[in-house]
Design a protein around this ligand. Structure first.
Ligand code: PLP
Length: 463
């Protein structure tokens, strides 16, 4: 009998998060203000609570997870490591495919790992209300859930196209007590500006972020803060619990390090979560191929320049050093709404520049084919975002078969797709098209950021 699950008991949950900033061979370059000068932590004070700003700039390797945050995480963690034996059999591959099942959290994805931590730190700091944006609705529902647990008010700006495509996600947010509005909305200046130019816009994460930040900083009581479900260093940090658990579980299965680690990448957080502990191993000599996977419709890491850019359309965030398609870029309305972000986490971007990570872009039709094969072999219906990691995993498993090599592949099963069935319906009806970003649109989008400061391209190693 093949073992399909490796489980940890509650007492084996990791007690510390891992901070890649401590080990990156080339240090992260600082965020810049509009004047091009590095910003100081106190300049972020109106947007985030100071305890999270401290984590954002920390270069400590290990950061203790507060006992009360562990108590919140125990509701669904440790998450099982599973082996996809039925997919392996179908592909006739000698590869062993392992995945961390993050779909078992209350909101159905990896997002609650950081949502409960962020809500807890905000509460500690005396904050009463959180504002945020959401793409597919996974992050919005996660922060709604976390806010409910901690007794915080919560307002979510949901990208218009997903608001229409995924009606059940907004109901989940309401069930957990949050207020969810479609973005762009008439409730903020940033939203009204966009609607004036294009009343039928599908919206974007960049626009929704502007709205959420505006609502937070305009609260005269000073008791509202903004929170983000990806991109920032502290979000990557909180998600490393995924990879730290996986390390323990792979050891239990007799594997020191996997040969390949894969995660889909929108803003970078589930990818960082599963991969950063293994990036650390790679920096210290292990041979591991580490692949962030993105959609061809929003090819930030594979085709976007590494530049300083804003995180949002209205330029309310500092300039971050990252791969970007330009802050005003609005991707095609593909069904993987959580992968429609113009930028990428600076930590992931620097990992790509260093050559530690090997990004790939895959088209949505191929991803739905992979999602269907997954559902028809393994059984579960994955989120459209997760299908990108599955499509890449299948490619690597087929390569292993062609090379006749037994490889251990680990990927992050970042969420279930039970609220995303309309995309499956379109695919099954043959209505989905390939949606690769045309070169002319890419050039147009990045022309708008040519004048931005350029971060140094620093690479030290031969990985
Ligand atoms: C299921 C799922 N996977 C992946 C992502 C991408 O986000 P990130 O790159 O931060 O993991 C999202 C975002 O909403 C998501 O819902």
């Amino acid at each position: 009998m093949k073992e399909i699950k490796v489980t940890l008991s509650d007492r084996d949950i990791p007690k510390r998060w891992y901070n890649l900033a401590a080990d990156l061979p080339t240090p992260l370059q600082p965020p810049l203000g509009p004047d091009g000068k590095p910003i100081s932590p106190d300049m972020l004070e109106k947007v985030f609570p100071m305890n999270l700003i401290e984590q954002e700039v920390s270069t400590e390797r290990w950061i203790d997870i507060p006992e009360e945050v562990l108590e919140l995480l125990y509701r669904w963690r440790p998450a099982p490591l599973k082996r996809a034996v039925y997919l392996e059999q179908y592909l006739k591959t000698p590869a062993h495919i392992y995945y961390k099942d993050e779909s078992l959290s209350p909101a159905g994805s990896h997002k609650p790992n950081t949502a409960v931590a962020q809500a807890w730190y905000n509460k500690q700091f005396g904050i009463k209300k959180l504002t945020t944006e959401t793409g597919a609705g996974q992050w919005g529902s996660a922060i709604a859930f976390a806010s409910q647990l901690l007794g915080l008010e919560c307002k979510v700006f949901m990208v218009r196209i997903s608001f229409d495509q995924k009606p059940f996600r907004k109901i989940m947010m309401r069930v957990w007590g949050a207020n969810c509005v479609a973005s762009p909305s008439h409730e903020t200046r940033a939203g009204r500006e966009v609607l004036k130019k294009d009343p039928r816009t599908p919206g974007s994460l960049g626009i929704a972020i502007s709205e959420a930040i505006e609502e937070a900083v305009m609260d005269p009581s000073g008791k509202t803060r903004y929170c983000l479900g990806s991109v920032l260093n502290h979000v990557m940090l909180h998600q490393t619990i995924i990879g730290l658990e996986a390390q323990k579980q792979l050891k239990m299965a007799g594997i020191k390090n996997p040969d390949i680690v894969i995660g889909c990448a929108g803003g970078g957080s589930n990818f960082a979560g599963i991969s950063f502990p293994f990036v650390c191993e790679k920096i210290h000599g292990a041979k591991i191929k580490i692949i962030p996977v993105e959609p061809t419709a929003c090819p930030t890491l594979t085709r976007g320049p590494f530049s300083y850019d804003f995180g949002d359309v209205a330029r309310m965030t500092p300039l971050l050093p990252m791969h970007t398609l330009g802050h005003s870029f609005i991707p095609e309305p593909i069904h993987a709404g959580g992968l429609r972000y113009h930028g990428m986490a600076p930590l992931v971007s620097q990992g790509v520049i260093e050559g530690l990570l090997e990004p790939q872009a895959i088209d949505q039709v191929k991803c739905y084919e992979a999602a269907l094969l997954w559902a028809r072999t393994e059984g579960a219906i994955c989120a459209p975002e997760t299908s990108h990691a599955i499509a890449c995993t299948i490619e690597e498993a087929v390569k292993a078969r062609e090379e006749g090599k037994q490889k251990n592949i680990l990927f992050c099963y970042s969420g279930h797709g039970l609220m995303d069935l309309s995309g499956y319906e379109k695919f099954l009806n043959g209505e989905l098209k390939d949606s690769s970003l045309p070169e002319s649109l890419l050039q147009e989008a990045i022309a708008a950021i040519r004048h931005h400061p350029q971060p140094k391209l620093q690479k030290t190693g031969n990985w």
